[in-house]
Ligand binder design. Structure first.
Ligand code: ZN
Length: 307
C-alpha cells in the first residue's frame, strides 16, 4: 500500500516536472524579451550599392516569421532632404543596418550620427548586415561598432586587417594593401570559432549557399569576438585566410552583431543566414538567445534554403 502510494506520488511529481519544462520551453520560443514582449526592431535602408529594396523585405520576414520581433522600416529620403532623416533610435531595442552611403550627400546628419552613438553607448543593440560594413568610411565611432569594414576608400589608416592567423584572432597593423574584396560567388562553410549564445548548439561547421565571401576587411576590431569564420580560398580569388563572418562587439553598454554575408535576397533565405541573423538580432536586443536550432539546419556538406 505504502509502495503504491509512493509510486503514484512519483508519477504525479514527474508529470508535474515535465509539464513545467514544457511550459518553460514554450515560454522560451514565444517570447522575444525576457518580460514576454516582442522585440522592437528598426530596419534602416534607402541607400546601398546593393538591392536594398529586395533584401529589406526578406530581412523583415526572417525576423517577423518567428513571432518574436516587430520590424519598422526607416527608409532614408532623397539626398537633399537627408537632414530630415532623424529616426528615433531610442524607441527600439535594436537597429538593423541595411544602409551604405555611396556619396557624401547620402550621409546621416551630424545630429543623427550623434543620436545613434548615444543610443548604442546607452545599451541599444545593432545588427551590421553585409554591405553596411562598407558604410561611413570616415565616421570613427561607426567603425568601432562594425569592428571591420571594406571598400569606401579604406586603407591602412582605417585599421589593421583582422582575421584568424594560426587559429587566433590577428590584427595585422603592418600590411598595406586593399580593403574589402570577394571573388566569384561560391558555396562555403561557416566554421564556429568562439563559443557564444548566438551559435550555441549549431553544428561546428555548416554549409552556406553560393554567396559573396568578404575578405581583406580592415577596422579597429576592439572588444570584438569572432563567433564564426570561413576560409577564403586563393583558387576562388580570395585571400587564402580564415576570414571573420559572424562577430560580436561591445561599444559602451551596447551590443553589436555583425554578419558579413548575405549579398541578395536569396542568400538571406538560406538557413545558414537566417539562424545567425535572427539569433544575433535577439542577442543584440536583449543579451540572451532563446531561439532553438531548427530541423532544417544545414550540415557540413549540404546548404539549406527556405521558400
Ligand atoms: Zn554584396
Amino acid at each position: 500500500m505504502k509502495k503504491t502510494f509512493l509510486s503514484l506520488f512519483s508519477v504525479i511529481f514527474i508529470s508535474l516536472l515535465s509539464l513545467m519544462s514544457t511550459f518553460t520551453t514554450a515560454q522560451e520560443v514565444t517570447s522575444g524579451k525576457p518580460d514576454g514582449s516582442v522585440i522592437e526592431v528598426l530596419l534602416i535602408d534607402g541607400y546601398n550599392n546593393h538591392n536594398w529594396r529586395e533584401t529589406s523585405p526578406v530581412l523583415k520576414r526572417n525576423l517577423e516569421e518567428t513571432g518574436l520581433f516587430e520590424v519598422t522600416v526607416a527608409t532614408a529620403p532623397e539626398e537633399k532632404k537627408m537632414d530630415t532623416f532623424q529616426p528615433k533610435f531610442s524607441d527600439y531595442d535594436v537597429v538593423v543596418l541595411n544602409f551604405n552611403d555611396n556619396k557624401k550627400n547620402q550621409q546621416w546628419s551630424e545630429n543623427t550620427k550623434k543620436a545613434f552613438q548615444d543610443y548604442v553607448q546607452n545599451g541599444g543593440g545593432v545588427v551590421v548586415y553585409h554591405a553596411a560594413n562598407n558604410a561611413f568610411t570616415d565616421w570613427k565611432e561607426y567603425n568601432l561598432m562594425t569592428a571591420v569594414g571594406g571598400w569606401g576608400g579604406r586603407n591602412k589608416t582605417h585599421g589593421p586587417y583582422f582575421y584568424l592567423k594560426d587559429g587566433k584572432p590577428f590584427h595585422d597593423y603592418q600590411s598595406d594593401g586593399p580593403c574589402g574584396h570577394h571573388g566569384p560567388q561560391h558555396e562555403f562553410q561557416i566554421i564556429l570559432y568562439e563559443e557564444h549564445p548566438i551559435t550555441k548548439g549549431l553544428p561546428p561547421k555548416f554549409m552556406h549557399v553560393s554567396d559573396e565571401l568578404y575578405c581583406y576587411l580592415r577596422g579597429p576590431a576592439e572588444n570584438t569576438k569572432i563567433l564564426a569564420y570561413a576560409h577564403s580560398p586563393k583558387e576562388k580569388r580570395g585571400s587564402g585566410r580564415d576570414e571573420p563572418q559572424l562577430m560580436v562587439t561591445e561599444y559602451g553598454k551596447g551590443r553589436i552583431f555583425h554578419i558579413a554575408y548575405g549579398h541578395a535576397g536569396k542568400h538571406c533565405r538560406a538557413v545558414s543566414f537566417i539562424l545567425p541573423f535572427i539569433r544575433g538580432t535577439q542577442w543584440a536586443a536583449t543579451g540572451t538567445v532563446t531561439i532553438p536550432v531548427p530541423p532544417d539546419m544545414p550540415t557540413e556538406e549540404k546548404s539549406m534554403t527556405r521558400d
